[in-house]
Ligand binder design. Structure first.
Ligand SMILES: NC(=O)c1ccc[n+]([C@@H]2O[C@H](COP(=O)([O-])OP(=O)(O)OC[C@H]3O[C@@H](n4cnc5c(N)ncnc54)[C@H](O)[C@@H]3O)[C@@H](O)[C@H]2O)c1
Length: 404
């Protein structure tokens, strides 16, 4: 990757929104799906003042969910309570809503995301952005017809400061020739076989991708943004716990893979070189709790980061001598989008969620982001992940290496 500039053009034209009393532009948001992630977004908005030098301020105007009871948190916790509805189409009809954040079960992505675009709204859609390749293609087609509407995919893990630093090392060529890449996202709460079943364990709602649909985009975001191309994949997908109790204690089948390990042959278009990429998305990884990691081994510099130690970036610079030593850099809060937090303090999940939203708002309003890895996941990025996961399903079914 040779492109490097101080302010990275994204190809999206800048837009103007009404000016608020404070002098900042105000961007009206509707949240379709006020569950776990809907609340995370609203919380990031409620503490928007945490960010410095933002070109605009989001405002949550309306939220939808299956029941009003489920949405009571928004009324009780938001400084300016949004309107609540059980009909997500109300959000599309609301003129105060410029952008929709759609955080819904995967079987609803196609219908809702395309409707959002047809209603003329900008969209931040949750991953996997369509339950399968076909659903993704339909949404992407709708988006291509509407280039003036910004569409991005919610995937925040690459906004950890250490990951951003690795991104810039890749972008600048500091890595040298890539030897090998390893990424993954590991959970372990499903190790408990009596954990009740939820929609994420059911193919009809979560999709056949299983753990890949759930965790995979996060593990793909950096290699794909680096421009590296997966050529083929051999996947080993495991259903470890085959049934779980429902709310009434009746056992129900878990028909999606818990753990996916993908061995990919990658190509670096900048050098033409091929290298291996191992991607692991495991819901049953004993001892791991939301552990996202990236490890890039290069001929000049190697770098690795895991959220297990979210402050620490490890780097090995090879200078030709016989000594090879990993050094650790404590990254603190050196975020890409500046915040009020002292640089020495550590970052966490809520902070990188807010960084992702800072990237979205910056791109929406200015048409630019500071560098390639400071941008949210794009349709092209997520489209590549769908091709990879679809090939992985085939690979598991036939025990073959499949072209991506
Ligand atoms: N970025 C991340 O780190 C992250 C983490 C978890 C989940 N996710 C993604 O976020 C999305 C939502 O996951 P979640 O964990 O927030 O789920 P959730 O179950 O907590 O919330 C889902 C929301 O969708 C609503 N909903 C469900 N069925 C509906 C229907 N038929 N009609 C209208 N509304 C309906 C629910 O009322 C709820 O508000 C998924 O795409 C998931 O993959 C992302």
């Amino acid at each position: 990757m040779a492109i490097r500039s101080d302010f990275w053009m994204t190809g999206f034209a800048k837009l103007h929104f009404p000016i608020t009393i404070g002098g900042m532009q105000k961007v009206g948001f509707g949240i379709i799906g006020g569950g776990l992630m809907g609340r995370e977004f609203a919380s990031a908005v409620a503490r928007w003042g945490h960010l410095l030098k933002m070109p605009a301020k989001p405002s949550v105007e309306m939220v939808s969910g299956l029941t009003l009871e489920e949405l009571s948190w928004f009324a009780e916790s938001m400084p300016t309570p949004p309107k609540l509805t059980t009909n997500w189409r109300d959000i599309l009809a609301n003129p105060d809503v410029d952008v929709v954040y759609a955080s819904l079960p995967h079987n609803m992505h196609e219908e809702v995301f395309t409707a959002v675009l047809k209603a003329g709204k900008h969209l931040m859609g949750e991953k996997p952005f369509g339950i399968d390749q076909k659903a993704f293609n339909t949404i992407a087609e709708e988006s291509r017809r509407r280039p003036k509407q910004l569409v991005r995919v919610a995937s925040q893990m690459h906004f950890f400061p250490a990951a951003q630093k690795i991104g810039q090392m890749i972008e600048s060529g500091e890595i040298g020739q890539v030897i090998e890449v390893r990424t993954g996202f590991l959970h372990s709460s499903d190790l408990d076989p009596l954990k009740p079943i939820n929609w994420k364990r059911q193919a009809a709602i979560n999709g056949a991708y299983g753990a890949m649909g759930d965790l995979g985009m996060h593990a793909c975001s950096m290699p794909i943004r680096a421009g590296w191309k997966p050529l083929n994949v051999r996947a080993i997908l495991r259903k470890v716990v085959k049934e779980r109790p429902d709310r009434n204690g009746k056992m129900q089948p878990c028909d999606t893979p818990d753990n996916a390990t993908l061995f990919c042959e990658m190509q670096d278009p900048a050098t033409g070189e091929h290298f291996p990429w191992t991607l692991r998305t495991h819901r049953i990884a004993p001892g791991e709790q939301n552990s996202w990691y990236i490890e890039v081994l290069g001929t000049k510099t190697s770098a690795r980061f895991s959220t297990v130690n979210c402050k620490r970036l490890e780097i090995l610079r090879y200078n030709g001598g016989s000594d090879q030593a990993w050094c650790a850099i404590e990254m603190g809060s050196h975020t890409t989008y500046p915040i009020i937090t002292a640089a020495a303090f550590e970052v966490g999940f809520c902070d990188v969620i807010q960084q992702m939203w800072a990237a979205f708002i910056t791109e929406l309003v200015t048409g630019k982001v500071p560098h390639a890895f400071a941008r949210c996941v794009t349709l092209e990025d997520v489209g590549m992940s769908h091709r990879l996961f679809t090939a992985a399903l085939k690979s598991q079914e036939h025990g073959t290496v499949e072209a991506v």
